[in-house]
Write a protein that binds this ligand. Structure first.
Ligand code: N1C
Length: 285
């Protein structure tokens, strides 16, 4: 009798242990499925955010590799992202990129820094072919973010690359604030003789709304800089010259301790110069 009782109580215990184990296994599988589902749906729902992240990290790694500087590209992404994720894309605080700038400051090349306004394509063609000047896009942050669009949204940690506010839709959008902040940092570091390529084919080469006028010139510092040399890029039949009223405004806005010069140079002259590589970076105009 005792034996029968012991046998049945043992088998009950075994059954209950089996049930407990089964229940735990089911709960584990359900939790795993939920986690996997959330991860997969975030990636699938937001492929553009994932693509931006991989573009930023890949560009950063390429830059680090080609320049031999030491920077942590995952840290760059984290600092970058924290500026705009979860925020209304028209209400990003102007200081949002300060931690990114503080962690990734540019190394300025004195006497070789090149600023520009409304001459972007020509300038980048020029710096690429004749490696004598450094623009903001030749620094880590500028080269990584050049040409990209991004924004966040309130209530989500995701990054979006479409339906973001345009350059002029609102002032405090993440792309505009990035260029404002990066340009301010680049101009603040400007040293020696600085060059600016401005567009002589437009009526106002020094336009008050441009980043060059509204941010960079205001940061130029005579303790580090010697002077500013404006290269006014002209085309045949242009009427804008170095006497243009907007360039007089530029001259007035500069610290009087800074030397100022302006030279009209034809676009074809600049294009010829690009074809003459010169390791000594001698004068081209
Ligand atoms: O408003 P801008 O020119 O005067 O700005 C140019 C000025 C340069 O000297 C750069 O140092 O500001 C800096 N800068 C960039 O480096 C940059 N890369 C890409 C400013 N804007 C930059 N972009 C994009 O070009 C930016 O997203 C915006 O759309 C234009 C501004 O160009 P602009 O009006 O010709």
């Amino acid at each position: 009798m005792d034996d029968v009782e012991t046998y049945s109580s043992r088998s009950k215990k075994r059954r209950s242990r089996f049930l407990k184990f089964g229940l735990a296994a089911v709960i584990f599988v359900v939790i795993l499925a939920i986690i996997l589902g959330v991860v997969l749906s975030t990636t699938a729902r937001n492929p553009s955010g994932e693509k931006l992240k991989s573009t930023v990290i890949t560009r950063c790694e390429k830059f680090v590799e080609s320049t031999n500087i030491s920077r942590d590209c995952q840290k760059l992404w984290n600092l970058f992202e924290q500026a705009y994720v979860g925020r209304d894309p028209c209400a990003v605080p102007p200081e949002a990129y300060n931690p990114l700038m503080a962690g990734m400051h540019p190394d300025p090349s004195c006497n070789r820094m090149l600023f520009w306004s409304k001459t972007k394509d020509l300038v980048h063609d020029f710096t690429e072919k004749r490696d004598c000047y450094q623009t903001l896009e030749d620094t880590l942050l500028g080269s990584v973010m050049d040409g990209l669009t991004w924004c966040g949204k309130e209530g989500t940690r995701e990054t979006f690359t479409t339906d973001c506010p345009g350059w002029t839709d609102c002032d405090n959008n993440p792309v505009r604030l990035f260029w404002n902040r990066a340009s301010a940092g680049f101009a603040d570091a400007a040293c020696g003789d600085v060059t600016a390529m401005l567009n002589g084919s437009i009526a106002t080469p020094f336009s008050p709304a441009s980043i060059f006028a509204s941010i960079e010139v205001k940061q130029f510092n005579s303790t580090r800089m010697n002077g500013l040399n404006v290269v006014l890029v002209t085309n045949k039949n242009d009427i804008t010259t170095c006497e243009n009223p907007s360039l007089k405004v530029l001259q007035k806005e500069l610290d009087p301790k800074l030397k100022y010069s302006c030279k009209e140079v034809t676009q074809s002259n600049i294009q010829e110069c690009m074809l003459r590589p010169d390791p000594a970076c001698g004068a081209c105009w």
